[in-house]
Structure formats: structure tokens, C-alpha cells
Design a protein around this ligand. Sequence first.
Ligand SMILES: Nc1ncnc2c1ncn2[C@@H]1O[C@H](COP(=O)(O)OP(=O)(O)O)[C@@H](O)[C@H]1O
Ligand SMILES: [Mg+2]
Length: 212
Amino acid sequence: MVICYANQKGGVGKTTTAVNLAVCLTRSGDRVLAVDCDPQATMTRQLGIDPRDVGISLVDVLAGRTAASTALIGDVASGVDVIAAARELSGVEMALVAELGRERFLADALAPLTDRYPMIVLDTPPNLGLLTVNALVSADIILAPVSCEDEASVQGVVELRGTLAKLCRLRDSEPDLLTSLTRWARSRVMSHSQSRRPTDVSHLRTSGSPTG
Ligand SMILES: Nc1ncnc2c1ncn2[C@@H]1O[C@H](COP(=O)(O)OP(=O)(O)O)[C@@H](O)[C@H]1O
Ligand SMILES: [Mg+2]
């Protein structure tokens, strides 16, 4: 099962919830692979890896220089195996634009690992560029965190849905899109609501039940 965290709005909790889910899944006994698709490499750092120390990363996988299995980093403190990000992912994303089948590079690279890892968790950058598109095409479930403090994160889900509809032709089956509420600490929502009501996201409840 491949779970992808996506929302083109930044700061909504994609990385935080992706990292927490990955670590929680290892504690329940699953082998988990985290794949950091964000050039900012926050997930990589939060899982205890300094991107500057990484020799082979997702950059090499998407550039076609190496198999995903070669980029695996195991035995990290969190217990989660990782394919790390690096700043150079931005350059690879630009290079992908000129390639045929550019939306499926990640899905094809991860396919040989799906037997080994029952759970693969993808983190994505705050945009709907080719790195995010590759992650969306790879995913069985897409989780879109929605920040209670930020109405733009709702718009991000609307745009994500539009992108998914366009990507349907590249996939065998339609992924589930779930939303989860984040940043709903009462103190912060209350202070924000002095000028406006907290964001109403009830209309975004698609399949399944929201977490958070
Ligand atoms: N559920 C949550 N409740 C409160 N704060 C959160 C929650 N999830 C994330 N945050 C905080 O929000 C900020 C942005 O989170 P992050 O996961 O980096 O967002 P994104 O990956 O979408 O840019 C961080 O400071 C993080 O600690
Ligand atoms: Mg992030």
C-alpha cells in the first residue's frame, strides 16, 4: 500500500503527519519505507538523516542512474527505511519535463519494492509539479492534510482533486482521497477566530472518515 501526503499549500502538516504515520506503522510491526519527494528534505531530516550525508538519494533514482533498492537507507533511529531527498530534486524535476512517461518514473521505480514493504509513505513538496504528480500516480491512498488555521489549504484540496481527475488516464485504478484536519489546537484556532471563523472543511469529507 502506497500512501501519499499531498496538498500544494505549505505548512498544513504533510511532513509531520507522514513522518508520524511511518513511525507509528513500524511500531505495529510493519516494514515501512518513507520516500521523501520534497527537495526541502524535511521528512529526511525528521527521520534522523542529514541530507548532506546521503550518497544515493531519490535524485539518482528519478534520474535513472540507480534502482530504488540501491537508494534505500535502513537501520535509522526511527526504524523506518528511507529513500532520502536532496536539493538537487528540483533539477531532476525540470529534466523530467522533457521525458516521455514523465509522470510514471516514481511508480515504476517503486514497483519492485512493494513486495518488500507493505507500507510505503510518500511526502511531497507544496506544489503540484512533476514530483508531486509522480507521487500521486504511485499512490493507492492520497491523504491531504487541511489546516484549520488556513483556508488556502482547503483550496489546495480542491486543486488536488482537479489534478487527480486529469491523472486518471495514467493509473490502473482511482486512488482514495482522504482529508485530515491538522493544526486544530484550541488555543490557536480560538485566537485566529477572533477575526474569522475557523475554516469549514465539512464539504471535503470524501471517502472514509477523516482523521485528526
Ligand atoms: N496536527 C498538527 N497540529 C499542530 N501543528 C502541526 C500539526 N501538524 C504540523 N504542525 C506544525 O505545522 C508546521 C508545518 O508542518 P509541516 O508538516 O512541515 O507542513 P507541510 O509539510 O505541509 O509544509 C510545523 O511547525 C509543524 O510542527
Ligand atoms: Mg513538508
